[in-house]
Ligand binder design. Structure first.
Ligand SMILES: Nc1ncnc2c1ncn2[C@@H]1O[C@H](COP(=O)(O)OP(=O)(O)OP(=O)(O)O)[C@@H](O)[C@H]1O
Ligand SMILES: [Mg+2]
Length: 282
């Protein structure tokens, strides 16, 4: 079964009671969430709240202590094998000195459907060209990835997902170090991908950008503090639980106005007992 054959009731992403530990560090505790087709979900939380760990668990890169992860109703490994999911790790976790060009990286998105020889046919080269065009990087296609700016590197990953025709994009902090103009361009691109029926889970510290970009949000602090409509999630009360009392909540639509919260230190432990979240999650 392909993703496009899936019954509407099967979530693109389904996480149930997920707990992940690194030895004695409990990074995620009893996380339950799901995401449907054609939705963008913002993943928000202080440094160390478990966002990257959640992405890694979704990709099958860390083994859960408890609970389960399903992508398109199947295991992460099966979904990856079918090219249904694309992952952009946090920038710090990528080796940018790796000697590959921009178009090589984008072509990697096609490897799943190429034979063992990985020889690109004309249609594959066209898919790479189209993807680069879409993210505005055609001119830089021959450049080594280490010689790109931070924002350009992020666009390379998105181009790779597009070439791959991934149905789910897992983007760990794609806006970190990206200027406002590039952020706006990337936001428009992600919304266009969403409108094609793709789903996106995106972690971000830019709270102001969440209502504009996201259909829903998850506020994480080792466990899920709140999830649902961005304005119901990003309340003063919930933000105080997640970040401490300082940051301001977004203004009511249509003109949200929130400072970027990027450097808030992680509290030593998650809040012991958050109040009931708007949708009943706790
Ligand atoms: N490989 C590891 N070994 C041990 N502990 C780890 C490892 N990776 C992450 N952790 C710990 O797990 C917790 C969650 O880390 P994670 O990287 O998922 O947070 P994050 O929300 O992505 O943070 P940031 O906003 O800084 O990227 C932190 O306490 C972190 O120190
Ligand atoms: Mg992280």
């Amino acid at each position: 079964m392909t993703a496009l054959d899936l019954p509407a009731t099967v979530p693109v992403l389904g996480v149930r009671n997920l707990s992940v530990s690194y030895n004695d560090v409990h990074a995620l505790d009893d996380v339950t969430m799901s995401l449907g087709a054609g939705r963008i979900c913002g993943l928000i939380g202080v440094n160390g709240s478990g966002k990257s760990t959640l992405f890694k668990a979704l990709m099958g890169l860390v083994v859960p202590r408890d609970g389960s992860v399903e992508l398109f109703g199947m295991s992460s490994a099966s979904a990856r094998k079918q090219g249904l999911v694309a992952y952009m790790p946090q920038a710090e976790e990528v080796d940018w000195t790796f000697p590959v060009s921009v178009s090589d990286v984008v072509a990697m998105g096609l490897y799943g459907r190429l034979g063992a020889a990985r020889r690109l046919r004309a249609a594959d080269r066209a898919a790479v060209d189209d993807a680069l065009e879409r993210v505005g990087l055609s001119e830089l296609r021959k450049r080594q990835i280490g010689q790109l700016s931070g924002g350009q590197r992020k666009r390379v990953f998105i181009a790779r997902s597009i070439a791959q025709d991934a149905r789910l994009l897992l983007l760990d902090e794609p806006f970190a170090g990206v200027d406002r103009a590039s952020e706006r361009t990337m936001t428009a691109l992600l919304k266009a991908l969403r409108d094609e029926g793709r789903s996106v889970l995106v972690s971000t510290h830019d709270l102001a950008g969440v209502p504009e970009l996201c259909d829903e949000a998850v506020l994480l602090h080792r466990r899920v503090l709140a999830q649902g409509d961005p304005f119901q999630v990003l309340t003063h009360g919930n933000l105080a639980l997640a970040f401490g009392p300082a940051p301001a909540a977004p203004a009511a639509p249509p003109a949200p106005s929130v400072a970027t919260v990027g450097s808030t230190a992680a509290p030593a432990a998650a809040p012991a007992a958050p109040p009931a979240a708007p949708n009943g999650e706790s």
